[in-house]
Ligand binder design. Structure first.
Ligand SMILES: [Zn+2]
Length: 159
């Protein structure tokens, strides 16, 4: 019986050089082929991954939560781990405060997770961000709004 696989292998061995040369030339003449192939497969893989995520939503959310929590803790540690105003260290009520304002804008652009990543990636984070507990954060907001007086800010600055 004719063994096609064997024949192909034999043929390839005998014409190896010519074959490789042609294949190299073909790749050279079709520079976009590999890119296209990658793009097509990337789309397929993303789709597959999306489907998997849809089916395993709880698992994904759990993982995401875990990851978020870890990053959040790292960012808190970097900023001293406690409220700079009253010393509260219970992470459940700690918030990242923008020392020079602009927090809501930043939040709009980057969401909570993005801000945490920015804190972690910024070597100068300690001069831009500080930790406040929810109480002190509200007090800061209230005073700024009530007096519109930034000189009151000293109470909420790092010692
Ligand atoms: Zn506090």
């Amino acid at each position: 019986m004719f063994d096609k696989k064997n024949y192909n292998q034999k043929y390839y061995q005998e014409h190896k050089e010519k074959h490789d040369k042609t294949s190299r030339e073909w790749t050279k003449n079709h520079p976009d082929y590999q890119k296209d192939y990658y793009e097509k497969n990337r789309v397929r893989e993303i789709k597959q991954s999306c489907n998997w995520q849809k089916k395993n939503l709880e698992k994904v959310q759990e993982k995401h939560q875990e990851w978020y929590h870890k990053k959040r803790m790292l960012a808190f540690d970097k900023l001293g781990g406690k409220c700079i105003c009253c010393g509260e260290s219970d992470w459940t009520c700690l918030q990242i405060d923008h020392i020079n304002g602009g927090g809501s804008q930043h939040h709009k652009q980057r969401q909570s997770y993005g801000i945490i990543i920015d804190v972690l990636n910024d070597p100068d984070a300690k001069s831009k961000y500080q930790l406040l507990c929810a109480n002190c954060n509200w007090k800061k907001r209230f005073r700024l709004k009530e007096h519109n007086d930034h000189s009151k800010m000293w109470e909420f600055r790092k010692p």
